[in-house]
Ligand binder design. Structure first.
Ligand code: IVH
Length: 672
C-alpha cells in the first residue's frame, strides 16, 4: 500500500468517525473548518486516484452521478406490512398475539416515512432498496449513502451479510425549517415530512437527496442467510444495531404484559408532538424471536406484531375564502378560511397560506378541495390541492394591492416573498399587532393584558404606543366591557409589576424586525447595556455572535428612527428597569450545557432555566452526549433515561434532583 492509499484509508475512517459523532451522537469532535480540510484532501486524492476511493467513502455523502432511472432490486426476504389494530380491537388483537400475562413485548413508534432495506456485505453498505411491492423494490443506494446517520461501514465484526430494515424520515423541525427557507426563496415547499422523505430519496440526482435533512431509524434485522438469529429478542437486536452505530428511536421500550402495552400506546399518543419525527402510530411486537417464529406469517403480515394507528394529522376540506392579515412588521399573510374539519380531535377552520407565491405554487382557487395539515406548535397549513375535484364555480384568488387595514400601497422587494404594508405607524393593524407582541408572555409578560384588551384600549385611543400602557389608571379601564374596579386595579398592578424585566426581554418586546428571542439575548450579552446597543454601528453589531447584516441593518434603522427613540425614552422614564448584565466570571456554570426536565415544586422550571442562562450556561432542549448537567424534577421521563444510557457508555453527565440542583446552582453564585 503506498502512502496515498493509506492516507485515503486514514481520512475515510477519520471522517466517518467525525460524521458519527456529529450526526448520531450530536457531539461534534472537530471544528467545521478542520472537517472541511480533511474532506477536501480526501476528495482531491480520490479525484486523481479513483481506484483508491473506498465504497464507504464519506465523499459519497454529497451525491455523485445523476441517474436516468432506478434499477429494480429483488428483496432476499420480502418486506411485509403490518396488521392494523384500533381502539375497539386492541384487547382482542393483543390476545391474538399471546395469552401470557407476562409476555414481553417490544413497543416502538411507527415512523411515518419511507421503508428501506440496507444490506451490508462484510460490513460495507452494498445495497439499499425501497419496499416497492414488498418483493421487488428500487435501488436507492447512491441516495441512501447521502443520509448522514446511515453507517457506510460497520466497524465491529458482523455476519458476512447483514440486512437492516428501517424508516427514512425527515425530522419535523428540519422539515419546517427547510420549508420556511424555500418559501422565503419563493421556491416550492414540501407537502409533509413523509412526502419530504419519500420525494427526497426518489431523486435521480443524489446531490439533491444530500441537500435534504433526512435520517434513518433502524427497526429490525433480517435473519441471516443461514437462518441463524443474531439475537434472541427483538429489543436485543435493536441494541445490537445501536452498538453498530445505527440510530434507533429513543422511544422504543421493552414492556411486560398487555396492560403495559396499552400504557405505552397512551403515553406515546400523549407525547406524540414531542417526538422529533412524525409518527402515525405505534408498532407492538412480540419480543422473543423464537416466539415470533412459532407465530409466523399470514397474508404477508406477521402474526407476532400489529400497528396501532393514531388519528391522522392531515384531512381534506374545502377552501371557502381567503382573508389577509397584517402582521406587526406589515407583512401581509393570506389566511385560508376552511369548511371546519376535525384533524386529530381539533376542529380546524383557518390555515395559513404563508404568502402570495405559495398560493400561486399550489395553484389554489376558492372552492377547491384542499389537504390541511395540523402539527403541534405550528399553525395549520394548506399543503396541497386536489385539482381533479375542482368545482366549476371555483373563483380565482385576487391578492390585494393595498393594505386591508389602512389602504396604504403594498410593496415587495424583488428578492423577498412577502408583501408588506407601507403604512408604517399610520397602519392600525401593525400598531395593534406590535402592542400585542409587547405585552406577550415572552416579551414584557404583562399578565391580564391580552389581545382583546389591547384592541379595546387601542380602539379608544387610550394606548397608541408601548409607553402609553404605563400611563393608564384603573379609571381608564373601568368603562371597558367586563372591567370592574377590582379587575381594573389588578390589571394596572400587573402592568406596573412588569416594569422590572430583563434587557433581552425588553429588546425583544420592541418588535425590531429580525430580532427574536435568541438575537435579543445575543445582543444583550454582547453589548451589556441598552445604550451600547442603541449607539452601535452596523459593523459593531455584526460582531455580536449570530447577528447577521440584515438584523444589524434593522437594529440600526429601528434606533435611528426619531419616533422609536422617543418611545424607548418614555418607557425608561416610566420606570422600566432591569438588573445590569455583568461580566460572567468563569464558573461551574458558564459555557456548560444544562438540561432541565420534569416538573418542579420549589422554583418553576423556566426560572431555573433563566437563572442558568443569566449565569452564562447553555440550556438545551434534549439530552445528548453534549449535556453536562441534568436537573430533574418530578416525573422526569425519557431525558433522564437517555442520560442514564449515556452515562452507561461513559458520558460524564451530572444528574441533580430538584433540591440538590438548586443548591448546586446557588453554591455557584446563580441567583434563583
Ligand atoms: S416492523 C414485519 N417497525 O410500517 C414487520 N415497521 O406496515 C415489518 N414502520 O412500511 C415492519 N415504523 O416501514 C416496523 N417501528 C417500526 C415501524 C415500521 C414504521 C413502517 C414500515 C412499513 C410499515 C409496515
Amino acid at each position: 500500500m503506498d502512502f496515498l492509499e493509506s492516507r485515503v484509508n486514514f481520512l475515510t475512517d477519520e471522517i466517518n468517525h467525525h460524521n458519527y459523532k456529529y450526526y448520531v451522537l450530536d457531539e461534534p469532535t472537530v471544528p467545521d473548518s478542520e472537517y472541511d480540510k480533511l474532506f477536501h484532501e480526501l476528495k482531491n486524492i480520490e479525484l486523481e486516484h479513483p481506484s483508491y476511493a473506498r465504497p464507504d467513502s464519506p465523499t459519497q455523502r454529497v451525491g455523485g452521478q445523476v441517474k436516468d432511472g432506478f434499477k429494480e432490486i429483488k428483496h432476499n426476504t420480502p418486506m411485509l406490512s403490518l396488521n392494523n389494530s384500533f381502539p375497539h380491537s386492541v384487547d382482542t388483537d393483543l390476545k391474538k398475539l399471546t395469552d401470557d400475562e407476562n409476555e414481553i413485548f417490544c413497543c416502538e413508534p411507527k415512523l411515518d416515512g419511507l421503508a428501506c432495506s440496507l444490506v451490508y456485505v462484510n460490513g460495507i453498505l452494498t445495497n439499499a432498496a425501497t419496499r416497492g411491492d414488498g418483493e421487488v423494490g428500487e435501488d436507492i443506494l447512491a441516495n441512501v449513502k447521502t443520509i448522514k446517520n446511515v453507517p457506510l461501514k460497520l466497524y465491529n465484526t458482523v455476519p458476512e451479510i447483514l440486512e437492516v430494515r428501517g424508516e427514512i424520515v425527515m425530522p419535523k423541525a428540519k422539515f419546517e425549517a427547510y420549508n420556511e427557507k424555500q418559501r422565503e426563496l419563493g421556491k416550492p415547499a414540501l407537502k409533509n415530512p413523509r412526502n419530504g422523505a419519500a420525494g427526497s430519496v426518489r431523486q435521480l440526482d443524489p446531490a439533491v437527496t444530500a441537500s435534504r435533512p433526512l435520517a434513518f431509524y433502524a427497526y429490525g434485522i433480517v435473519k441471516s442467510g443461514d437462518g441463524a438469529s443474531i439475537n434472541k429478542s427483538h429489543y436485543e437486536g435493536l441494541r445490537y444495531l445501536h452498538s453498530l452505530r445505527f440510530e434507533i428511536s429513543s422511544f422504543v421500550r421493552q414492556v411486560k404484559g398487555p396492560k403495559q402495552v396499552k400504557e405505552y400506546i397512551d403515553a406515546i399518543e400523549k407525547r406524540r408532538d414531542a417526538i422529533p419525527y412524525e409518527i402515525d402510530g405505534v408498532v407492538v411486537k412480540i419480543d422473543s424471536v423464537d416466539r415470533q417464529e412459532e407465530l409466523g406469517y399470514v397474508m404477508r403480515a406477521p402474526n407476532w406484531a400489529f400497528s396501532y394507528k393514531y388519528p391522522a394529522t392531515e384531512e381534506l376540506t374545502t377552501l371557502e375564502a381567503v382573508d389577509y392579515q397584517v402582521g406587526r412588521t406589515g407583512a401581509i399573510c393570506p389566511v385560508a378560511r376552511l369548511r371546519p374539519v376535525d384533524i386529530g380531535g381539533v376542529t380546524v377552520s383557518n390555515a395559513t397560506l404563508h404568502n402570495e407565491g405559495e398560493i400561486r405554487r399550489l395553484g389554489l382557487m376558492i372552492g377547491d378541495q384542499v389537504s390541511v395539515r395540523r402539527a403541534q406548535e405550528v399553525i395549520p397549513q394548506v399543503c396541497s390541492v386536489n385539482l381533479s375535484a375542482r368545482p366549476d364555480d371555483a373563483q380565482p384568488i385576487i391578492f390585494p394591492t393595498t393594505c386591508p387595514a389602512c389602504n396604504s400601497p403594498l410593496e415587495k422587494p424583488e428578492d423577498e416573498a412577502v408583501w408588506r404594508c407601507t403604512g408604517g405607524l399610520i397602519c392600525d393593524a401593525q400598531r395593534i399587532e406590535g402592542l400585542i407582541h409587547f405585552v406577550s408572555r415572552k416579551a414584557m409578560n404583562i399578565g391580564g393584558v391580552g389581545e382583546k384588551l389591547v384592541a379595546a384600549l387601542f380602539d379608544k385611543r387610550l394606548i397608541e404606543t408601548f409607553a402609553d400602557l404605563f400611563t393608564l389608571a384603573p379609571r381608564d379601564l373601568m368603562p371597558l366591557d367586563g372591567m370592574a374596579l377590582k379587575s381594573a386595579e389588578k390589571t394596572i398592578k400587573s402592568i406596573s409589576d412588569a416594569k422590572v424585566t430583563t434587557l433581552p426581554r425588553f429588546l425583544f418586546s420592541l418588535g425590531i424586525r429580525g430580532v427574536g428571542e435568541g438575537s435579543s439575548r445575543d445582543l444583550a450579552n454582547h453589548f451589556k447595556t441598552l445604550d451600547a446597543i442603541m449607539n452601535a454601528t452596523h459593523d459593531e453589531l455584526i460582531e455580536a455572535p449570530d447577528i447577521g447584516p440584515i438584523t444589524a441593518s434593522s437594529v440600526c434603522a429601528f434606533f435611528s428612527n426619531e419616533g422609536n427613540a422617543q418611545v424607548v425614552q418614555r418607557l425608561l422614564d416610566a420606570g422600566i428597569t432591569w438588573e445590569p448584565i455583568t461580566e460572567i466570571a468563569d464558573s461551574a456554570i458558564k459555557g456548560k450545557s444544562f438540561v432541565v426536565t420534569g416538573s418542579f415544586s420549589i422554583v418553576p422550571r423556566k426560572d431555573i432555566e433563566a437563572a442558568i442562562r443569566n449565569a452564562g450556561g447553555n440550556v438545551l432542549g434534549s439530552v445528548s452526549a453534549k449535556t453536562q448537567v441534568l436537573i430533574v424534577g418530578e416525573k422526569a421521563g425519557s431525558k433522564l433515561e437517555k442520560a442514564h444510557k449515556l452515562i452507561d457508555v461513559g458520558v460524564p453527565i451530572s444528574i441533580f434532583h430538584e433540591k440538590d440542583g438548586i443548591d448546586f446552582l446557588r453554591s455557584n453564585a446563580v441567583k434563583i
